[in-house]
Write a protein that binds this ligand. Structure first.
Ligand code: PLP
Length: 465
């Protein structure tokens, strides 16, 4: 005994974590007492669809790393090897210069995004969205004397954690206590038909929800509105799949008023909904597409703000003007590990036909959750696209009164205690943190999905009877 701690002394790790790590989205008071059951959770290892915690307990991961990120699953040695090789060759150089993986990944990415042409590298979803906001503002200054600067965002959507992204945030509980906010962001209504705002159905509903955006544009003045920023399928706001008719009308409105369309694919991007990008289900032609989580499945930090050539041209059309380029840098946008990992990630999705699997398994999971709805009155609505699904819980099916957030969290906790990780909307929407969220890795099998759904079934019985 030399008194030194061994590298695998996990109890020391737990104590170090308890003493010094400030976890995301967590109230820490429960971890400061003597209750050993109240240890912070540490995830030690992952393989495929499964992770193991500090007690060696196995969990099937129904949410791809907690926040819909690890799209190709854990333990992919070929991604790790590609990152290792790249780090040895060149870990970093500022993004004013190019890199081999940066160039090759941009080419590969653009090949999946007809109509788009330029990739701006950065390192988080929030930052990618900030880049698009800055580009919109610079275009307003350049072409419209600063007037066409407003950015519309939608109720229940989320675009990130920075002050500007929260200014574009449609989730009031997430934003509460962090104001004052950045001016020039204007909210439009959400499009969730289950929580209808118009007495219409199906395509008529979708068109009405899009027309509500036009009403906001007209009220603000079309010459003041520069861009509209939307999630293709709303994620943390309750997994909201837009109704038929919504997207074509949105596109029409943007064209009519010369408004740039910014699609936030931070969650949907790179396979999650069964297409490379969520907007591709709807035939939309965006001006900006931002993406992050699934781009390298969390194996390295990478985010991208992708534009079409029309936008890019506006930043190079007059080389005699010293201000006429995008005067922006993201230090870690120059890390080469991100694009090196992203190249392998995309190759895995192609070689293993994971888009096909996502569509097939997504349909299967939707059916399974709908069967659960027949059994549990507390499930008011099931929705989803690909392996991106939600089950909205209600206290009363007729009135659609939302189930209490505490009860929804109890379902999540029960699944966790039984070795299945699922998610739920939380502290986001006042009174509406009532949707269970599912986003298993794109490699999920029927057996994996059966385990996730049957844990939910048992948890609903235990919590709601
Ligand atoms: C739709 C959407 N956009 C942007 C973000 C922000 O991404 P990040 O946490 O990488 O900054 C998130 C994060 O959950 C998101 O869900």
């Amino acid at each position: 005994m030399d008194g030194k701690l061994r590298d695998n002394d996990i109890s020391h790790v737990v104590e170090a974590d308890r003493a010094h790590v400030w976890h995301h989205l967590i109230q820490h008071a429960a971890w400061t007492g003597d209750d050993p059951k109240a240890d912070p959770r540490i995830i030690v290892e992952g393989r495929g669809m499964r992770v193991w915690d500090q007690k060696g307990r196995e969990h099937i991961d129904g949410v791809s790393g907690g926040v819909w990120t690890v799209n190709v699953g854990y333990g992919r040695e070929r991604i790790a090897n590609a990152v290792r090789d790249q780090l040895i060759q060149l870990p970093y150089f500022a993004g004013s210069a190019g890199s081999i993986p940066g160039a090759l990944f941009s080419e590969k990415l653009i090949s999946k995004m007809p109509g788009m042409s330029r990739v701006y590298y950065t390192n988080s979803g929030s930052e990618a969205n900030e880049k698009a906001f800055k580009m919109v503002r610079q275009i307003a200054h350049k072409r419209y004397g600063g007037k066409k600067h407003k950015i519309l965002y939608r109720d229940r959507d989320y675009h990130g954690t920075t002050i500007a992204c929260l200014s574009a945030g449609g989730q009031d509980e997430r934003g509460a206590q962090y104001g004052p906010y950045t001016p020039g962001f204007v909210r439009v209504p959400h499009c969730l038909e289950y929580r209808a705002q118009w007495d219409l159905e199906g395509e008529d509903y979708g068109i009405a929800a899009a027309n509500a955006i036009e009403e906001v544009i007209l009220a603000e003045g079309p010459d003041t509105v520069g861009a509209l920023c939307l999630e293709p399928v709303t994620a943390g706001g309750g997994v909201i799949v837009p109704p038929e008719g919504y997207w074509p009308r949105v596109q029409e409105i943007c064209r009519k008023y010369d408004i740039l369309l910014h699609i936030d694919e931070v969650v949907c991007g790179v396979g999650r909904t069964g297409t490379w990008f969520g907007y591709q289900h709807y035939g939309v032609e965006p001006d900006f597409v931002t993406m992050a989580k699934g781009v390298a499945s969390g194996y390295a930090a990478i985010a991208c703000c992708v534009t079409n050539e029309r936008v890019f041209d506006l930043f190079k059309d007059d080389a005699t003007d010293p201000m006429n380029y995008f005067r922006d840098i993201s230090t870690f946008g120059g890390c080469t590990a991100g694009p090196a990992a992203a190249l392998e990630n995309m190759a895995i999705i192609e070689e293993e036909n994971l888009l096909e699997n996502t569509n097939a398994m997504g349909d299967y999971m939707l059916d399974q959750l709908r069967s659960l709805q027949d059994k549990h009155a507390v499930i008011g609505h099931v929705r989803g696209k690909g392996l991106f699904l939600g089950a909205e819980l209600v206290a009363d099916r007729a009135t659609k009164e939302p189930a209490a957030e505490k009860m929804v969290q109890a379902v999540v906790a029960d699944c966790m205690a039984n070795g299945v990780v699922i998610g739920a909307t939380n502290r986001s929407l006042p009174g509406f943190n009532n949707t269970l969220c599912y986003s298993p890795a794109l490699i999920a099998t029927k057996d994996d999905i059966d385990q996730i759904v049957s844990a939910t079934d048992a948890a609903l019985t235990r919590v709601f009877g």
